[in-house]
Design a protein around this ligand. Structure first.
Ligand code: KIV
Ligand code: ZN
Length: 436
């Protein structure tokens, strides 16, 4: 999807660092239709879920948590719709969430009739706070809930002979549970399921409420990866939330710490401050020269669907997708960007992307250059000259840059507003063109 090669630290001469970097795209799992949806003031209806599901497939997600089918009729109906309309591509595995409770697990299996491959995601809370305040249960009782859940899933597998079932277990609030106890619950579930390297199961380690710094989360993941006994038979999955605003950092460090898989949502929708923003983690990888295996080359269209179905706006400063991220207001930035563009070779596919203040070529995301230079009272002469050249084909002589810059700045000061390219041209006409 790229003409220019993204600039990365590996391009720095004589670099001694970083000692570790992410060198492989993880397995991605979108939880937009579940964690994202459950956090909406107005949850998506079936049609909206279908539209978002198709968008997620087109981005390249191979694992998609489609909902909590035992929780509501809409959730159940949505999954049935995916099946009846044959909307699940052969290379896409759907995931369904369910608490470790008997009637809910049975109902979940009913929803899966006719699905080729499904991840059944069971979970129960394991942290001391919920054990005490919510369940009034001992550690042993909590561990037993997980065991019983896994046993029932195993028992129900033969009821769907045409469906390949993969088990996923989440000790909810992994990150504020005693590590040894989370491990114990996961080991107990593994003992029931008996995964092998050819038939792996997923252990998802949720940072359900983000309470600690990303390095602490990474230490927890690293410890778990080192201590789980069937490491070659389990996929370690991250599920971070964003309560401290560091969901992306927690995920990136969690990957460095040994995890294989990432759950998250587009633009970070999700409970409270949101789930991990997958767009950011994936495109951060991309700017480091590593293809994430997700296609965001049409980010504006993806955002349009997202905003319509969630009824929420992407923040103007949201990395990569926000309205303002490829916009420069200050004159010195505009000048530097202009120089960068001029010096980018036009015909040399594979050249390093090296435009100051821009981590990525906006074209790689289907975004265009027109919005990059906007003119207001903070702008310098460079931006004005750039607009005149790019938008109107006038290559102004140097002396006019300063002159016209002043006129446009005065106009911006007067109106207190941004000056559009058309406004710049108006200033140019008023200043230099006399109509007789
Ligand atoms: O945040 C969380 O812990 C969850 C689980 C249900 C996986 O969403
Ligand atoms: Zn969650």
């Amino acid at each position: 999807i790229t003409k220019y090669r993204p600039f990365s630290v590996i391009d720095l001469p004589d670099r001694q660092w970083p000692s570790r970097s992410i060198d492989k795209a993880p397995i991605w799992c979108s939880v937009d239709l579940r964690d994202g949806n459950q956090a909406l003031a107005i949850p998506m209806n079936v049609e909206e879920k279908v539209e978002l599901f198709k968008t997620l497939v087109s981005i390249g997600f191979k694992e998609i948590e489609v909902g909590f089918p035992s929780a509501s009729d809409t959730e159940f109906a949505f999954l049935r719709r995916l099946v009846s309309d044959n909307l699940i591509p052969d290379d896409v595995t759907i995931q369904v969430l369910v608490q470790c409770r008997e009637h809910l697990i049975r109902r979940t299996f009913e929803s899966l009739e006719g699905v080729k491959r499904a991840i059944v995601h069971i979970y129960n809370s394991t942290n001391p706070l919920q054990r005490r305040v919510v369940f009034g249960a001992s550690k042993e009782e909590i561990r037993q809930i997980a065991i019983e859940g896994a046993k029932l899933v195993k028992e129900l597998v033969p009821t769907l002979p045409d469906t390949e079932i993969v088990l996923q277990y989440s000790p909810e609030s992994f990150s504020d549970t005693e590590l040894e106890f989370s491990l114990e619950c996961c080991e107990a579930v593994c003992d029931v399921w008996e995964p092998t390297p050819d038939r792996k199961m997923i252990l998802n380690l949720p940072n359900t409420v983000e309470l600690m710094m990303p390095n602490v989360h990474a230490d927890q993941i690293e410890w778990f990866c080192r201590n789980i006994s069937r490491r070659d038979s389990v996929i370690i999955s991250l599920h971070t939330h964003n309560d401290r605003g560091t969901g992306v950092a927690s995920t990136e460090l969690g990957l460095l710490a040994g995890a294989d898989r990432v759950e998250g949502t587009l633009f970070g929708n999700g409970e409270r401050t949101g789930n991990l923003d997958i767009v950011v983690v994936a495109l951060n990888m991309y700017t480091q020269g590593l293809h994430p295996q997700l296609d965001f080359s049409n980010l504006n269209d993806i955002r349009e669907v997202y905003e319509r179905v969630t009824k929420m706006d992407v923040h103007p400063r949201s990395p990569y997708g926000g309205d303002l991220v490829f916009t420069a207001f200050s004159g010195s930035h505009q000048d530097a960007i202009k120089k960068g563009f001029v010096q980018m070779p036009d015909d040399d596919a594979g050249a390093l992307w090296q435009v100051p203040y821009m981590t990525i070529d906006p074209k790689d995301l289907g975004r265009n250059y027109r919005a990059i230079i906007r003119i207001n009272s903070q702008s310098g002469k460079g931006g004005v000259a750039y607009i005149m050249e790019k938008e109107y084909g006038f290559n102004l002589p140097k002396e006019m840059h300063k002159e016209l810059g002043k006129v446009v700045n005065a106009e911006a000061d007067r109106t207190g507003d941004e000056i559009t390219p058309e406004g710049v041209f108006e200033c140019f006409k008023n200043e230099y063109i006399r109509v007789r």
